[in-house]
Design a protein around this ligand. Structure first.
Ligand code: BV8
Ligand code: ZN
Length: 252
């Protein structure tokens, strides 16, 4: 990287830091990229999940209907992998930011539970949580830390089939969580979008919703995305390097 490039990045980071530290209401939208440095594979990266599995074939209600055992193998494999992953500096930077921002909402597409594990409080898990199971018969929902069990697991209350409590492709998001997300986006002064390829809807359009409502949108990613050109600020780099720098003076 040339001297000029690094100065430009420093300048952009300094401006972004000022915007974030002065904002009353901040919304953050995260994707798989924020957990990459914790060792959780992203979906579309070079070593992404899609390379070893066809997620579109596994993360759908049709797949579960036709082969619940295979789908549970996929999810238990992910639980096992994620059980040895811990929040990284980027997750903790958002915990700090939340402490120093009057109105703060964290919207995550991730199902790994690492934001709550880091201590974030106002978290909207729009795609659900891998560590929660739900009965398709009686609807019982509970935190489920099992990484090994008889598959497909059955509900202890009614004997019905359990499923991971995540949102699959082709399924609608929880209405309450979606409405809370849209409401936060429409009242945000700043939207910080971290580590998402901006492909999966409706989350991919959240930047446009906030921008249209007057927010300053800051994207943090290791590369530009198809949505970058619509955002006022794009900070290229790893979330674990950029976020601690972005929020550091909010600790004062
Ligand atoms: C819905 C849970 C109504 C399960 C997930 C045509 C057009 C538009 C939409 C659609 C369409 N056809 C169908 C749809 C709807 C569909 C959709 O969007 N499909 C896409 C593929 C086109 N969406 C839905 O079905 C949603 N429901 O819309 O309901 C409806 C219903 C029926 C029909 C139409 C509408 C439900 C979507 C939820 C799917 N569930 N996850 C599970 O995890 O197993 S999505 C899953 O993939 C993740 O949750 C996540 O959201 C998504 C992956 O995205 P990212 O998080 O962005 O991850 P990715 O790997 O792609 O990118 C990582 C990024 O990080 C990269 O940019 C990389 O550069 C960056 N990065 C890497 N390392 C770092 C980094 N950045 C910073 N630092 C680093 N260190
Ligand atoms: Zn049940």
């Amino acid at each position: 990287m040339t001297e000029t490039q690094s100065n430009e990045i420093q300048q952009a980071l300094k401006e972004a830091r000022k915007i974030v530290s002065c904002a009353r209401s901040v919304v953050v939208l995260t994707g798989a990229g924020i957990s990459a440095e914790s060792g959780v594979p992203t979906f579309r990266g070079k070593d992404g999940l899609w390379k070893s599995y066809n997620v579109m074939e596994l993360a759908t209600p049709q797949a579960f209907k036709s082969n619940p055992k295979l789908v549970w193998e996929f999810y238990l494999w992910r639980r096992k992998l994620i059980s040895s992953c811990f929040p990284n500096r980027a997750h903790y930077a958002l915990v700090e930011l939340e402490k120093h921002t009057p109105e703060f909402t964290l919207i995550t597409q991730n199902v790994d539970g690492l934001h709550s594990k880091a201590g974030s409080r106002n978290v909207l898990e729009i795609h659900g949580n891998l560590w929660r199971s739900r009965c398709i018969q009686c609807g019982d929902k509970f935190m489920d830390s099992r990484i090994d069990c008889e598959i497909p697991p059955l509900c202890e209350k009614c004997g019905g089939l359990l499923r991971p409590d995540v949102v699959w492709f082709g399924e609608t998001l929880d209405t309450t969580i979606l409405n809370r997300s849209i409401n936060a986006l429409e009242h945000a002064e700043v939207l910080l979008i971290v580590g998402t390829s901006g492909v999966v809807e409706p989350a991919a359009s959240f930047g446009a919703v906030a921008r249209a409502a007057g927010a300053h949108v800051i994207e943090v990613n290791i590369e530009r995305t198809p949505r970058s050109q619509m955002y006022q600020t794009v900070l290229l780099g790893r979330a674990g390097d950029i976020l601690p720098e972005l929020v550091k003076n909010s600790e004062v």
